[in-house]
Design a protein. Structure first.
Length: 534
């Protein structure tokens, strides 16, 4: 039996195979009904077709189903509950116990209420089927289903005209914030019991080609109660980023103001509406708020600290007398050096220009602080901060030796430090929270190891609801200790914008909860889907 590593891939594969089985059953049923004269014989034919189909597919698509229950090692059940999310998926035991088991109806909830055209369009969009392949499939199905179109564009209801706005130096298309929220509600019914709607917005750039400077800037939206579900509000395309952020955001802001003031109607029910947060990395946040970037002296979005220029770089080593910014001070531009203009986002009601823009843990912690430690200091730093070749080899060997012990819940297995420049954010998170304290214990000096453990424990506290509620103040003191000792161990020139912002992340955790409530991982995953379809 083949081993498939990722649960999502398994489920997608099963649904794909079951969809093709349904198509085959429909074709066989049409052909059989031409020779069957009465309803009773028709039922017998359908039963025989289902039985033969189950027996013929038992070694292909259905063989994949035990992997959902058994797991990759085929010995111990995975610590995942599929009764709620995939409760209608067929199992081999079900099919063997009942040869007349209806694969189609029990595998797809409410499929009887959906036309074949709708199911095909859903299948094509879910699995990113090309128009060429979909056209060939429609040619095969058309003789047996007169209601099907002959072209993929008709099936997918591709609009003939689009209202594209000119946003120099490219173009922008606005799908609609209200339409985005309604799509999230329609696709994910657990949201229907909400008393009010709070959304999180993400904006970031994405290059879509290696051979040119073509890039997109999508505006993504998610419901705060579950960030894993993401949809698109609008998208910009050009060879450069938008020159004017206000022009780029104009359509979005106009609709956000309308929904905030009058509410939003979903499924015949009117909900109060609010933008809970903008989850962006530092460059994107500076772009949409029209403030100084991370290399500026007054670039901190949370306090009025002034950076210093030391050893050819701007750094923020000071820890004392930090005065936090407020929404009133931001709008009044009391610190003029922090601003480059006035953002159109300030016109959105009930939007706090400080607290509604939390620090993204993905870019701040994992791709920021942890990557700087591993890649910038330990592997490629100056002689004062760099580890020896033997120390790097020992850490790498230990990481690689742990590959066979990593649970399947981790998306990636540990890689050596020689590959650390190409590590993904999940790999840096894995190192910080799980493997790092083990592989570094006998390698790093005691001072550096304690410094790393301080960061490790602080992030653990902010990642757990129970710990975060009880020990938030302690986590803040740990971050302060980490920054203070970091300056001593690695030099003040390495106390970058990200290192300084560790002093403020506890305030965001106090407002939004644990780190997973305001990280950018779901949005980054959705961006990859956009890139695949570009």
């Amino acid at each position: 039996m083949p081993k498939i590593s990722r649960n999502r891939y398994r489920v997608a594969k099963i649904y794909s195979d079951l969809t093709l089985n349904r198509i085959k059953l429909d074709i066989d049923q049409v052909q059989s009904e031409e020779t069957v004269m009465n309803a009773s014989s028709s039922i017998e034919v359908n039963s025989s077709i289902l039985s033969s189909t189950i027996s013929s597919t038992s070694t292909s698509s259905i063989d994949l189903i035990p992997n959902l229950i058994i797991g990759e090692n085929n010995s111990e059940p995975e610590n995942i509950s599929y009764e709620t999310e995939y409760q209608n998926i067929v199992t081999v035991d079900d099919c063997n116990l009942n040869p007349n088991f209806d694969i189609v109806e029990d595998s797809f909830p409410n499929q009887s209420n959906k036309s074949l055209s709708y199911q095909l369009s859903e299948w094509a969009l879910t699995h990113q089927i090309t128009h060429v392949a979909l056209n060939d499939l429609l040619k095969i199905l058309k003789p047996h289903h007169d209601d099907l179109p002959v072209d993929a564009r008709t099936l997918l209801k591709t609009p003939r005209k689009t209202d594209i706005e000119i946003v120099q130096p490219g173009h922008y298309y606005h799908f609609g914030l209200e339409n985005c929220v309604q799509n999230l509600f329609c696709r994910y019914p657990p949201f229907k019991n909400l008393e009010y709607i709070q959304v999180c917005i993400n904006i970031d750039g994405l290059p879509i080609a290696k051979s040119s400077s073509s890039q997109v800037y999508p505006i993504l939206c998610s419901i705060f109660e579950n960030l894993n579900f993401v949809d698109i509000v609008g998208i910009y395309h050009g060879n450069e980023k938008p020159k004017e952020a206000n022009l780029f955001l104009r359509s979005f802001v106009e609709e956000a103001i309308k929904l905030t003031e009058s509410g939003i109607t979903v499924n015949s029910h009117k909900y109060p509406f609010q933008i809970k947060s903008f989850i962006c990395d530092v460059p994107a946040k500076a772009f949409i708020t029209i403030t100084k970037g991370h290399s500026g002296y007054f670039s901190c979005s949370k306090c009025n600290i002034e950076g210093i220029y030391y050893n050819n770089r701007v750094c923020f080593p000071n820890l004392e007398n930090l005065r936090l910014r407020t929404d009133f001070e931001f709008r009044s531009k009391l610190q003029e050096e922090h601003h480059l203009g006035t953002s159109i986002l300030e016109s959105i009601p009930n939007l706090d220009m400080i607290n509604s823009f939390p620090l993204d843990p993905m870019h701040l912690l994992y791709l920021g602080v942890v990557k700087k430690l591993i890649v910038g200091l330990w592997c490629n730093g100056t002689p004062a901060t760099k580890l020896s070749y033997k120390q790097i080899s020992d850490i790498s060997d230990t990481l690689v030796s742990r590959r066979k012990n990593m649970p399947s819940e981790f998306n990636r297995k540990p890689r050596p430090l020689s590959e650390s420049k190409r590590w993904k954010a999940t790999e840096f998170r894995q190192f910080l929270l799980y493997t790092g304290p083990i592989v570094l214990k006998s390698v790093l000096s005691p001072d550096r190891y304690i410094n790393f453990l301080t960061l490790h424990i602080a992030v653990i506290i902010l990642s757990n609801n129970k710990y975060q509620e009880k020990h938030l103040d302690y986590a803040h003191s740990l971050f302060c200790y980490f920054v203070k000792t970091f300056v001593i161990l690695y030099g003040q020139e390495n106390c970058s914008h990200n290192i300084h912002n560790l002093l403020h992340i506890c305030n965001d955790s106090k407002n939004f909860g644990i780190l997973s409530n305001f990280h950018a991982f779901p949005f980054e995953n959705y961006m990859q889907d956009i890139k695949k379809n570009a």
